[in-house]
Design a protein around this ligand. Sequence first.
Ligand code: ADP
Length: 468
Amino acid sequence: MFSRKPTKIHRTLAFRLTLWYAGIFTISSFIAFLLFYLFITSVMRQQTDQDLIKQAGVFSSLQAVEGIDAVKNFAVLEAQASGEKKIFFRLLYPNGSIFSSSNMSYWKDIGISRDAIKQLLLGNRHVFETISISQRSHQVRILYSAITPRIMLQLGQSMETYARFILAFQNIFVITMSALIVVAALIGWFMARRAVSGVESVTRTAQHISEGALEKRVPVAGSGDEIDQLAITFNHMLDRIQSLVTGIKEMSDNIAHDLRSPVTRIRGIAEVTLSTGNCQEEYETMAASTIEECDRLLGMINTMLVISKTEAGVGQLDTEKINLKTVISEACELFQPTAEDRHIDMTCSLPESHIVYGDIRMIQRMIANLIDNAIKYTPPGGSVAVTLTASPHRQSIITISDTGIGISENNLPHIFERFYRCDQSRSENGIGLGLCLARTIARAHGGDITVTSTAGKGSRFTIVLSAF
Ligand code: ADP
């Protein structure tokens, strides 16, 4: 028997969905953080540069109005006021030699960039550079600016605030990302579990069925989502399998039951003839009876095969356009002599042509079975009427009515079952498969057969087929 092995968690769909969800969520959050970080750092850097340019502008104006000595004094005072570890100034000649500066004891490692001076001499107004000083955690942003054609300014500002912001940002980033990954994994797991719970329910039902419980069905949540569609389709498939399995079981029971009598009869005839028969004539009679019984058996087996194939949809219908009026009038002509022999009045009312799409041999067989029954179960002096009309829903309606023995209320629900025969009809020839075959054919064509009957008064069978 099929035994269930527990699935390793890392191989489950829920686990993989969770990984995908958490992965995508984490990457998206990471990208969002990164973009925010780049934006903020770029704004801060621009802000620093703007501050430096503004300072340089103050130096230029002072030089223009009050001369170089005022600039020197202002530089020293400004550095002291802002903090000598935060800002420094140097005044240079175009050859790079320093002629004045703020207190540079904290900044002594910073030299003069020849390249920057060269660029100023080439006409650039401002030249920026960022340098790192060994053993210090933060960098320094430096602006070179020509305050007159002969005086250059080197203005430096510590990027400590900037570095502190980056550090704080990194800490927030690590904490937030860790929390986000955990939350994303939890949400992902919850959502994945919800999504696959329907699939698990289908699997559980399939498991019960594999253990023999064919009547189990998958619960349908009613949300109409894909899982519901899967459950509905799966349940339909189970209904179909169950009806086929039940059909096969019933049929094998019926075969066992109904084949036994003819086979026993054949064997009995052969046995009696062998033990008592002593002339050619008796052996001939035995052979004739055997052939008759075998024909009955073959007929029964063939009919059962047609029913099974038609029900299972295996024996594909050989469909074509059929004029029902022609088919029915041919059937009536065929049965007219039998009806006359039994002194039954048979009428056929077929006012107009009706075209349907179907297998002509099957349709002929269905109509013949019903007319045959109507004649068979109507005593002499009775009547059988066959009609063909159209319904308002573009359907063709065939009725076969008789004034025969009728069917009792108890028997009525069973007459379409395989091998079912009402007690009062046992005297007539038959195997109890005619109606079953007729209804199977009607249903295979998308139609149906219904019956109304009163015991002792007669029956009326109605075939409904979709018109072409
Ligand atoms: P059968 O070979 O016995 O005719 P069917 O499947 O055709 O098998 O019919 C099943 C049973 O239904 C019959 O045995 C009979 O008892 C009943 N039946 C069918 N048609 C009629 C009818 N027109 N009038 C009365 N009984 C009928």
